[in-house]
Design a protein. Structure first.
Length: 169
């Protein structure tokens, strides 16, 4: 179920929306200018939102993310908690042998010169809750911990943190 509101004038916009999945809800809010360098802010918040429900994984998330565009950069910050997840590594896509695609792509058209994108700065904490289960390839247990994901312009994204694993004997 999706509820939304979008208000705008020729130079500004305002967002207000919700998305429901499983027993959870995400809310989106924000406002800003329409121009390429106009300031804008957005927030994504939610609790126990069903982010994945496939044979390989059922994952609930509780995000609290902020996104801000200034004339200098785009900043993404906050946290995403995964309170509950059941993941079967053996069923995840891409775990087996892949076949070469029969598609042929021809690229000979002149491409327009892209404008320089705004630098993106990321500081997001990913937190694993008490009910995150991992199985497959000989593993069957629980995993927890926290990962701080960071990215700065001109640098490779990094993740630092601690994890704890519990496997039955």
């Amino acid at each position: 179920m999706i509820g939304h509101g979008l208000r705008s004038d020729p130079e500004h916009f305002a967002l207000d929306g919700t998305i429901k999945s499983g027993d959870g809800t995400l809310t989106l809010s924000g406002s800003g200018g329409i121009g390429k360098t106009a300031p804008a802010k957005a927030a994504i918040k939610g609790t126990n939102f069903l982010a994945a429900d496939i044979p390989a994984a059922r994952v609930l998330i509780s995000p609290d993310i902020s996104i801000e565009r200034t004339t200098d950069n785009i900043q993404v910050g906050g946290s995403v908690t995964i309170p509950k997840a059941t993941i079967d590594l053996g069923k995840l896509p891409g775990g087996g042998v892949t076949q070469k695609s029969p598609d042929v792509v021809v690229v000979d058209a002149e491409q327009p010169q892209a404008s320089k994108p705004l630098p993106v700065i990321v500081a997001v904490a990913v937190k694993l809750g008490d009910d995150v289960k991992l199985a497959g390839f000989g593993l069957d247990g629980s995993i927890g911990g926290e990962l701080a994901v960071s990215q700065r312009p001109g640098r490779v994204a990094t993740g630092t943190g601690l994890s704890a694993c519990a496997w039955p004997a």
